[in-house]
Design a protein around this ligand. Structure first.
Ligand code: DOR
Ligand code: ZN
Length: 340
C-alpha cells in the first residue's frame, strides 16, 4: 500500500503551552488534526471556564491564517474546584471536561488533587451533568516505583472511582500498561483510553539502554515490551474504547537535556505518520481510521469529521529541531508523509 486516505483525525490529548512555543506547535497540530483536546497544565493552571476562554482565544490567534482547527478546552481539577464551575462547564460550548492530575504526578501538577474523596461532590456533579473526567492515572507516593505507578493507580484509585461513579464518563489518558488496557476493556462504555505514539513505538529500553536518552522520557514513563505489545493490540483491535491522544508535550531542548530533564515527547509535527508507522508494523493500517478519526469523536459525542487527509509512502528525515524543540525521532526516518 502506497497511499492511505483517512477521514481527518482529531487529537484527544494535546499540550500546546503559551507564548512563542504555541505558535510553532499549534501550526503542526492544525496541519493534521481538525480538533484537539487542550490540556490545562499551564502556569498558573487553567481552572475556570473564564480562563479557558482566554486561553482558547490565544490559541485561535496563534493559528495559521485560514485554519479551521478547533481547540476543545479542558479545566484543571483542583481541591478548590466548585460545583458552580462544573455547571459552567456543562453549559459551555467550548469546554469539554476536567483533567485530574494527582498532585505531583507530572509537569505543572503541583496544583493537582491531593485528596480525591474530598472532591466526590464535584465528581457527583460531573456525573450528573455528563461532563467527562480526563485522568492522569498514576499514584504519586514516593514509595511507589515509577514503573508501577499506573498499575497501582488503576487497582487502588480508579477501580474505586468507577464503583462510586458508575455513569461518569472517564478517559484514562495515555495508558501505558497491560493492567490499564485490561481495566478499560473490562468496564462499561463510559470508560475509554487514549494511547500515545511513543508508547506504541517504544519500550523503556529506548530511554535507558546504551545511554540516557531524554527525548524518550515522558510520563507515564515507557514500560516493558509486554506492555507495549498490549497497547498495540488494543489500539489496532478496532475496540472503540481506545483512541488517539498524542500527549505531544513540547519542552525546549535544553530543559530535557538537563541534569533534571522535563517529561514529554514532542510528536505533533508528524503525529499521524508516527501512528501509521506503529500500525503498519503489525499490518493493521486498516484499523488506523477508527482509532484516529472516529472513536474519540463518538466518545465525546461530537460529529465525526468529513474532510479527508492522505498519507503517502515517501520516506523523509525528521529535522533535529523545530524552533528549539527536539522532536520524537529527530534525525530518523519516517516511512509515511501526509500530503499537504
Ligand atoms: O510526559 C508528560 N509531559 N506527561 C505529562 O503528563 C505532562 C506532559 C507535559 O505537560 O509536559
Ligand atoms: Zn499530557
Amino acid at each position: 500500500m502506497n497511499n492511505l486516505t483517512l477521514i481527518q483525525p482529531d487529537d484527544w490529548h494535546l499540550h500546546v503551552r503559551t507564548g512563542a512555543v504555541l505558535n510553532t506547535v499549534i501550526a503542526h497540530t492544525a496541519q493534521q488534526f481538525a480538533r484537539a483536546i487542550i490540556m490545562p497544565n499551564l502556569k498558573p493552571p487553567v481552572t475556570t471556564v473564564e480562563m479557558a476562554l482566554v486561553y482558547r482565544t490565544e490559541i485561535l490567534q496563534a493559528l495559521p491564517q485560514g485554519s479551521a482547527f478547533q481547540p476543545l478546552m479542558t479545566l484543571y481539577l483542583t481541591n478548590q474546584t466548585t460545583l458552580e464551575e462544573v455547571q459552567k462547564v456543562a453549559e459551555s460550548e467550548h469546554v469539554y471536561g476536567f483533567k485530574l492530575y494527582p498532585a505531583g504526578a507530572t509537569t505543572n501538577s503541583d496544583a493537582g488533587v491531593s485528596n480525591l474523596t474530598a472532591l466526590y461532590p464535584v465528581l457527583e456533579a460531573m456525573q450528573k451533568y455528563d461532563v467527562p473526567l480526563l485522568i492522569h492515572g498514576e499514584v504519586t507516593n514516593a514509595e511507589c516505583d515509577i514503573f508501577d505507578r499506573e498499575a497501582v493507580f488503576v487497582e487502588q484509585t480508579l477501580s474505586e472511582l468507577v464503583k462510586n461513579f458508575p455513569d461518569l464518563r472517564i478517559v484514562l489518558e495515555h495508558v501505558t500498561t497491560e493492567e490499564a488496557v485490561q481495566f478499560v476493556e473490562s468496564t462499561g462504555k463510559n470508560i475509554a483510553a487514549t494511547i500515545t505514539p511513543q508508547h506504541l513505538l517504544y519500550n523503556r529500553n529506548a530511554i535507558l539502554a546504551g545511554g540516557i536518552r531524554p527525548h524518550y522520557y515522558c510520563l507515564p514513563i515507557l514500560k516493558r515490551e509486554k506492555h507495549r505489545l498490549a497497547l498495540v493490540k488494543a489500539a489496532t483491535s478496532g475496540n472503540p474504547k481506545f483512541f488517539l491522544g498524542t500527549d505531544s508535550a513540547p519542552h525546549l531542548t535544553h530543559t530535557k537535556e538537563n541534569a533534571c530533564g522535563c517529561a514529554g515527547c514532542y510528536s505533533a509535527y508528524g503525529a499521524i505518520e508516527l501512528y501509521a508507522e506503529a500500525f503498519e508494523q503489525v499490518n493493521a493500517l486498516d484499523k488506523l481510521e477508527g482509532f484516529a478519526s472516529f472513536f474519540g469523536a463518538d466518545f465525546y459525542k461530537l460529529p465525526r469529521n468529513t474532510k479527508t487527509i492522505t498519507l503517502e509512502k515517501n520516506a523523509w528525515t525528521v529535522p533535529l529541531s523545530y524552533d528549539g524543540i527536539t522532536p520524537l525521532k529527530a534525525n530518523e526516518t519516517l516511512a509515511w508523509k501526509m500530503l499537504l
